[in-house]
Design a protein around this ligand. Structure first.
Ligand SMILES: C[S@@+](CC[C@H](N)C(=O)[O-])C[C@H]1O[C@@H](n2cnc3c(N)ncnc32)[C@H](O)[C@@H]1O
Length: 271
């Protein structure tokens, strides 16, 4: 077998850490998984324990009973540790960005993996991963805090990045820009004045500040009001499955990638 593509990095993980992203995947991509003939999902870089892969499997089986999940990990010791937890529809294999699976996956979740690579590498591996997807497939690539109370992820299809989603527990931040520390590698170094992601977070903080009176009814009401305010000046997703009050009330907010994308991604030619 050829050497897996990538490098072994820290294996930090935690029970329920990816709950917010899994909930979004089930709501937004459940239909995609149900429509596929033999839906294969890859959890890339599951870390020192199999636990978040098992959680993904359990959550996706509720919305797509035929789904198969393969955990792919580049550290052989972590694969050996996960293997005893295999069951029908859930397996663990040694591999990297080349995704050594039987057929192209309809969905790849890669959480807290690319942040440990360089910015240009992150763009490159996005391309590698999305070109390995089944037709109509999606990549969900993101980062979260240790216990998962703050998370940010990008949704990509076979053509490129499409959406950026923020998700937070209401007691896990003071202002929306606190989520900036969880931006994906392709954006985190762009959170500086003059870049769109910086302007977006500044305007969201402003919307949050002017929505302060709603806080007397709780942080959820304040989040909803701030989302409405922000949607007046940014193309915030306002309709299901990506947006609207049903998503916002979970502490979620999605924008089209293009609204916040850096104009000249690192490692790619200027466009
Ligand atoms: C910080 S852990 C994340 C674990 C889990 N996804 C989570 O979010 O809790 C990152 C894991 O990704 C693995 N990894 C890094 N690059 C990889 C690659 N190219 N292919 C597969 N696994 C990789 C590392 O070995 C490490 O175990």
């Amino acid at each position: 077998m050829a050497r897996p593509v990538g490098s072994i990095t820290r294996g930090t993980t935690a029970h329920n850490r990816l709950r917010r992203a899994d909930r979004w995947i089930a709501a937004v991509h459940g239909r995609l998984l149900r429509a596929a003939a033999r839906p294969l999902v890859v959890d890339l870089g599951y870390g020192a324990s199999h636990v978040t892969t098992l959680e993904l499997f359990t959550r996706l089986r509720r919305v797509a009973p035929d789904v198969e999940v393969v955990g792919v990990e580049i550290d052989p010791a972590r694969v050996a540790a996960a293997r005893p937890y295999e069951r029908a529809g859930l397996s663990f294999v040694l591999g990297g960005f080349e995704l050594p699976v039987a057929r192209p996956p309809v969905l790849v979740r890669a959480f807290n993996v690319l942040r440990q690579y360089g910015e240009a590498e992150a763009w490159h591996y996005w391309e590698v991963l999305r070109t390995g997807l089944a037709p109509g497939g999606v990549l969900v690539e993101g980062t979260c805090s240790e216990v998962g109370h703050r998370a940010v992820w990008v949704g990509l299809d076979t053509e490129g990045p499409r959406t950026l989603t923020f998700s937070a527990r209401f007691d896990a931040f003071e202002r929306p820009s606190d989520l900036a520390d969880r931006l994906p590698k392709t954006l985190i170094h762009r959170n500086v004045p003059g870049e769109r992601i910086h302007a977006f977070l500044r305007d969201w903080d402003h919307a949050w500040a002017v929505s302060a009176p709603y806080g007397s009814h709780g942080a959820r009401q304040r989040w909803l009001a701030a989302a409405e305010t922000l949607a007046a000046s940014w193309p915030v997703a306002r309709r299901p499955p990506l947006g609207g009050r049903a998503r916002w009330r979970l502490g979620e907010l999605t924008v089209p990638w293009q609204a916040v994308a850096p104009p000249h991604p690192a490692g790619s030619p200027a466009r």
